[in-house]
Design a binder for this molecule. Sequence first.
Ligand code: SF4
Ligand code: SF4
Length: 165
Amino acid sequence: MESLTNKKKVLESKPLNFWERAYLPAIAQGLSITIKHFFKKPATIRYPEEKREFSENYRGLHSLKRDEEGRERCTACGLCALSCPAEAITMIAGERQAGEEKLYREEKYAAVYEINMLRCIFCGLCEEACPKEAIYLDGDIVPSDFLRKDFIYGKDKLVEAPLNQ
Ligand code: SF4
Ligand code: SF4
């Protein structure tokens, strides 16, 4: 049976030869590696001017959709907020008033709709739960910011632009 005592390995330092002492071969080798990388395709991109293509199932920023007549699709049923595991959605329903038929599709609409992007884990459950196809995670990535309050996105950022814009 092999002994369990510590094995000792004695390393002997060999004296450097002339070229090793001159460091020239090592410098040339280092330079050749650097020059080789000049001609390679860079692994990095100049974000945010350049952007990578996202995969088809990428989940980005949420957008609240409009129907073909430009009305907000959301009918404030609250299923998205209920299904959100991160409790990131705050939704307060409002009642459509006379004359607002061109703005909102049904009698109820989301008077307040906010998503806390710091809580959101981009799971997509809100999108799956929505019976009106009103919310999709088809936007860009959430941009960085300095204040926590600026990560709470309201309707001004979430509802897609009206058709005539
Ligand atoms: S993507 Fe998921 S975590 Fe984010 S708001 Fe929707 S349900 Fe909540
Ligand atoms: S986005 Fe969809 S699930 Fe959420 S409140 Fe509006 S209609 Fe309901």
